[in-house]
Structures are given as C-alpha cells and as structure tokens.
Design a protein around this ligand. Structure first.
Ligand code: PGA
Length: 261
C-alpha cells in the first residue's frame, strides 16, 4: 500500500457517564492539555444532554478538541420519539458521530442494516462518522474475526459515494476488549487493521484505503497506548474508561503524538 500520512484521531467516548458539572470539568481538563498536543485530532463524545454545554465550553476556550456524539437516528425529522437527527447534532456544533458501537449493537440490538442507514445519514449530512466494528468473544473463538469485520464494514460502506467514504473513520473494537481491561495484543490488532484496510481497498479503491483512519478501541490506557499506536495501520484510538480522566486521555493522545515525531 502506498505510504500516506494520516493524522491520528484520539476520541473519548464518555458513554452514559458524568453529570453536568463533571462533564464540564472533564472537557475543561482535556481542552487545557490539548493545546500541547498538536498534529493529533482530538474529540470528546459526551452524553446527549451535555453536548450543548460541553460544545459551548470548547468554543469559549477556542479549543481544538472537537465535539462528537455517541449515536444518531438516520431519519431527518418526524415521529421518532426519543431520537436525535443529524441536523440537530450539526446545530450543536457536533463534528463526529459514532455509529455501530458494540453497546448499541449488542445491548440495544442494532443490526448491520440500521448501522448502515445511520452511517449513510451521518456522512450525507457532511458530518464525520466513526463506524465501530468488531467481533464478540464467541466469534473470535470460532475463528470468525475477519468475517465479522468484513460483514460489518461492507454493510456500512455499501451505497456510500467517494465523498461519504472520505468522511468515515473505522474503529476496530473487539467486543471482548471493551471495558474489560483485556486489550488485543498489538500484533492481533495490527493484523485486524491491515485486513480492514485491504477490504476498504477492495470496496472503495487504493486511495480511499490509504486515507482511511482506522482506530483501535478496547481497554486502551496510558500503559498500553504506545505499543498499540506504534502499529502501522493503527491511526489512533477510541477510548472509553480512560477518557473519563483527562490526565489518562491526554497521556494516550500524547502517545499518538509521539508516534508522529
Ligand atoms: P473502553 O471502551 O476503552 O472502556 O474499553 C472503548 C469503547 O467502548 O469505545
């Protein structure tokens, strides 16, 4: 594959954590430290109720930390009780939107077809999509890791045009590594990332594959970030637990920056 310089992205997925005060405190801590971390794109994904106030704070601080949302609904408007549209997120200054997070697939029950519709809507709206894929422990033990990644990536990219694909970042997050303290080994993660990149090449061409950021997620912490981020096909991280402490999140972002040096 041709060498291509991809700017790493380190995004914090706060999940259903924080309250209003602690969300603002966390965002402030991240924004303070972020000014030191040039050349790495940074984002935080607070719960929906705090998007507006966290976004306002980041703007006030002229921060380079972008705002991300943890989910979205694909319809533009209408009778969809409890759901949130892409235009609502744009109103709030959101730049990144997660689709297909494993908790939405496996706890809430989203299937590939719904994740595909959401991915289409996000990228059609001009927002950047972080498409999450990855195998469960049973699928891994059955040797199905590559097949699951292939199915999930193919379903979500199907029908997207080149501009939409350019707005997608893939996050490979083995489900068994999320929130468990068990991370994939750097070699296993690199192997999965390289295969996903080869698949993007098949689906969308060499240029799209070379430009595609593929993040690793699943128990990334300061102690394992350097080794993971040193892998050639790992272009940053989607961070859950460790993103709830600004110091840990910034240490991981710093590890991404060190790879650039
Ligand atoms: P974790 O979560 O870092 O707590 O494992 C990652 C994620 O779910 O995105």
């Amino acid at each position: 594959m041709t060498a291509f310089v991809r700017t790493p992205l380190v995004a914090g997925n706060w999940k259903m954590n924080t309250d209003r005060a602690s969300a603002l405190e966390l965002a402030q801590g991240v924004a303070h430290g972020a000014s030191e971390i040039r050349d790495v794109d940074l984002a935080v994904c607070p719960p929906f109720p705090y998007l507006e106030s966290v976004g306002a704070l980041l703007r006030e601080m002229s921060s380079r930390v972008a705002l991300g949302a943890q989910d979205v609904y694909h319809e533009p408007d209408g009778a969809f009780t409890g759901e949130v549209s892409t235009s609502m997120l744009r109103d709030l200054g959101v730049r990144y939107v997660l689709t297909g997070h494993s908790e939405r697939r496996h706890v809430i029950g989203e299937d590939d077809a719904l994740v595909a519709r959401k991915t289409w809507a996000v990228t059609e709206a001009g927002l950047e999509c972080i498409l999450c894929v990855g195998e469960t422990i049973d699928q891994r033990q059955a040797g199905e890791t590559d097949e699951v990644n292939r199915r999930q990536v193919s379903a979500a990219l199907d029908g997207l045009n080149a501009e939409q694909i350019a707005r997608v970042t893939i996050a490979y997050e083995p489900v068994w590594a999320i929130g468990t303290g068990l991370s994939a080994t750097p070699d296993d993660a690199q192997d999965a990332h390289a295969k996903i990149r080869a698949l993007v090449d098949d689906l969308a061409g060499a240029e799209a594959a070379a430009a595609m950021r593929i993040l690793y997620g699943g128990s990334v912490k300061p102690a394992n970030a350097t080794e993971l981020l040193a892998q050639p096909d790992i272009d940053g991280g989607l961070i859950g637990g460790a993103s709830l402490k600004s110091g840990d999140f910034l240490a991981i972002a710093g590890a991404a920056l060190a790879q650039r040096a």
